[in-house]
Write a protein that binds this ligand. Structure first.
Ligand code: AKB
Length: 315
């Protein structure tokens, strides 16, 4: 069956690559990209685009009606580091955009919704090694609180109104097409750019801060996989744990040094260290493996080789 898809927040780190991937599968004209501002030239030239503020219910309803949208991927959000600076703006964007989409889905204006959660839903009382799917969740960041609340609302809308909403707790994401913005795991992208441009990098996290991470190709694969899985296979309607690899900044730098031997890294932790300190170091994603056959393709070595190759080509 042909379907029309809307991506909200299409110009961000995940949104850009998701737009390309969905356009490749369903055809450019059936995948509408939208964001509060225009994206890069390649994205803008790849298919239809709408300027859309995700907190504006009426505007969202209009775009959905005009393009006869069946599915929405809601990728607009304020990430952890920026959200600490603008708590109310983060809460407003992260929650109201979700309510807009869930309410439109409840009124049968959408058949399926994807909404991203994050490892930020966990807190310092959560077991930090192999964090289980169901465990203590006491997030202490604005972003984490918004993601945990969002998860509860997704499950509520599924149970009460039958809204087919699907979600993943993304780890830190590493990509070369689009830079991340405002996250605590952003160092793991910046470091590659700096290694190639200056052969040195000052990291804003401590060298031993181990966090769960994932290459963007795996994140896109997981997103398409959960959205394409038969409804009865999606047994968790809050959000699924998802994992690929875990490393600390020192291990990442050492891996880059195998390709760029004179690369130097030093460490000057800033306010983002306190955020990272509350997040798990590794994630147990058994339920995603069992329910919809998840498995990751990229480890640290493979990610590093691919990042350096692609960024080099870009330069
Ligand atoms: C962030 O660092 O805020 C994000 C995330 C882990 O959700 N990359």
């Amino acid at each position: 069956m042909q379907k029309n898809i809307l991506i909200i927040g299409a110009c961000g780190q995940i949104g850009t690559e998701l737009t390309y991937a969905l356009r490749e599968t369903y055809g450019s004209d059936r995948v509408i990209a939208s964001d509060i501002r225009e994206g890069n030239e390649a994205l803008m030239n790849s298919g239809p685009f709408e300027l859309l503020d995700a907190t504006d219910y009426d505007a969202m309803e209009e775009v959905i009606a005009y393009h006869e949208i069946d599915e929405v991927y809601l990728m607009a959000a304020m990430l952890s580091a920026t959200a600490e600076k603008f708590p109310m703006r983060a809460w407003n964007l992260n929650m109201n955009s979700l309510f807009n989409v869930l309410n439109l889905a409840r009124q049968k204006k959408l058949s399926k919704v994807f909404w991203p959660s994050s490892i930020a839903v966990f807190g310092s009382n959560t077991p930090s090694v192999n964090t289980p799917q169901h465990t203590i969740m006491e997030p202490s960041t604005v972003y984490g609180i918004s993601k945990q609340s969002g998860e509860r609302w997704c499950e509520y809308y599924y149970n009460k109104f039958g809204v087919d909403v699907r979600s993943i707790r993304y780890p830190g994401l590493i990509s070369w097409k689009t830079q991340p913005g405002g996250g605590t795991t952003d160092y793991a992208v910046e470091i590659y750019h700096k290694a190639l441009a200056d052969q040195k990098y000052t990291c804003f996290l401590k060298e031993k801060t181990k966090l769960p991470m994932m290459f963007m190709d795996d994140a896109i694969k997981a997103t398409l996989q959960i959205m394409n899985a038969p409804k009865e296979q999606i047994k968790i309607r809050s959000s699924y744990n998802l994992a690929a690899m875990s490393f600390n900044p020192r291990e990442l730098a050492s891996c880059i040094q195998k390709h760029i031997p004179n690369f130097e890294v030093n460490f000057q932790p800033d306010f983002r260290q306190a955020i990272a300190d509350t997040w798990p170091s590794s994630i147990d994603d058994l339920r995603a493996q069992e329910d919809w056959n998840w498995n990751a393709d990229f480890d640290l070595e493979k990610t590093t080789a691919e990042m350096l190759k692609q960024l080099n080509n870009k330069l």
